[in-house]
Design a protein around this ligand. Structure first.
Ligand code: E4P
Length: 218
């Protein structure tokens, strides 16, 4: 299972990358706004910095909603670095753009996926990744994890190359359940990844080992 971090915060990215367990980064316009990156030039510079930090796929989202605009923006983003994956929203123009990008050899991540049907369209258009937003489905009393389960089944039925990138992760159990189901990638806030470290028995066990060592070693 690949681990992506869902942030545009360079400190958070560096911290996880330094642990050696980071496979990529996803961003979106809201995450870029959260770290105060404004203006096209700064946005492009920020993506480039992330690409130079992390040896893995970096999703950079287009802002345009029309086909021509998405193509223009996507080509500009893809030209920044080999690690860039162009993130395109799940719309009719988005699907058309994904098809065009796939014919140009530009990798894509189809975002804002909330149903199996949407994911099938994206996979057929040649998306490298689909991003089902499981936390946002949970927020509207719909089981996000069952969408991941359905996608794993359907993609296996047809041998789609498109990877399932579970997004909108809210807590560590989302990560564990996605791993059990077989999502290819999870993209998570650093806080959810951090919580995977914790277990009280680990802390108790370690304290006991150190105490016993001190008893005999002084
Ligand atoms: C990832 O690609 C998405 O942008 C992200 O996971 C959305 O998460 P949220 O629902 O917590 O905003």
């Amino acid at each position: 299972m690949k681990f992506f971090i869902d942030t545009a915060n360079l400190d958070e990215i560096k911290e996880l990358n330094d642990l050696g367990i980071l496979d990529g980064v996803t961003t979106n316009p809201s995450l870029m706004a959260k770290v105060g990156v404004q203006g096209r030039e700064n946005v492009l510079k920020h993506y480039k910095t992330i690409c130079e930090m992390v040896d893995g796929d970096i999703s950079a989202e287009v802002i345009s909603t029309d086909f021509e605009g998405m193509l223009r923006e996507g080509k500009e983003l893809a030209a920044l670095h080999n690690n860039i994956v162009v993130k395109v929203p799940m719309t009719r123009d988005g699907i058309k753009a994904i098809k065009a990008f796939s014919e140009m050899g530009i990798r894509t991540n189809c975002t804002l996926i909330f149903s199996v049907g949407q994911a099938i369209l994206a996979a057929k258009a040649g998306a490298s990744y689909v991003s089902p937003f499981l936390g946002r489905l949970d927020d509207v009393s719909t089981d996000g994890l069952s969408l991941i389960e359905d996608l794993v089944l359907v993609f296996a039925n047809y041998g789609f190359d498109t990877e399932i990138l579970a997004a909108s992760i809210r807590h560590p159990m989302h990560i564990v359940e996605c791993a059990k189901i077989g999502a290819d990638v999870v993209t998570c806030p650093g806080s959810s990844i951090d919580k995977l470290f914790n277990h009280p028995l680990t802390d108790i066990g370690l304290a006991q080992f150190i105490a016993d060592y001190k008893k005999v070693e002084g």
